[in-house]
Design a protein around this ligand. Sequence first.
Ligand SMILES: [Fe+2]
Length: 276
Amino acid sequence: MYVHVDRDTWAANEGKRPFGFTHGLTGDCRLTHEAIVKLSDRIPISHVEMNNSDLPTLFPTDDVPELDRSPGEIVEQVIELRRWLALSNLEVDSEMKALIDECLDPIDEMLGDFQGGITGREGYIFIAPPGATTPAHLDFEHNFLLQIQGTKRVTVGFVDPELEARTLESMTGTGYGRLPELPKQTEEFMLKPGDGIYISPRLAHTIDTIGDDLSVSFSLVFHTPWLERGAKVHAANHDLRRLGLKPAPYGSSDRGDKFKAGAVTIWRAAKSKITS
Ligand SMILES: [Fe+2]
């Protein structure tokens, strides 16, 4: 078992609160610097995102610069170039899919029917030079973030519910939502190689690379039917808000959520028939 999370720790936090844990992936041959250079040139280019590492903690835009050299070259020169690199949806690569499954199979078994069970599994690698900052944002999914090399400070907290709702609606169920203000009631987790943090959906966070070493992190992400329904409710709320209405946020009415998610399912099915 690579991710050392026991049933009691998970149950105590209910998939809602962050907690630290340890893992056994430090030194794994699939996550060495050399292996990541090869991986970054092997996966589709659309799965590689690069950004400048010297971003402010508040940077509420998803705009990213275009790649100006091969991903492998950037990974090799991350420190000199002052770049930050994310390799996303690594489950498309057979070697990485095997690693993601090795890590998440035991978690899947432990979670049982939590939120309807684990559906989609994803893997991400983040490479950042010393001093790099990932600006304040929300993610949509459950995330086990594992530190492989270097040190990271992960600051987690909450934002105003209205801002949280608007941010989630703007994401329409995918990607991450940049925040225009810093999270409140924050808690800090310092991650060294072998450490990890569980980041629950909707938890605002910022990440800083600490010390003089390159930071390499491996992120194991999973979806559930509850989250998928939430994505549809956020999409419905996004449209309702554009009509000038003030929709109830996801989770405040089971009946309302079912209706909105059903309407979005029907609309998307009809739209795909019209456009196919
Ligand atoms: Fe994140």
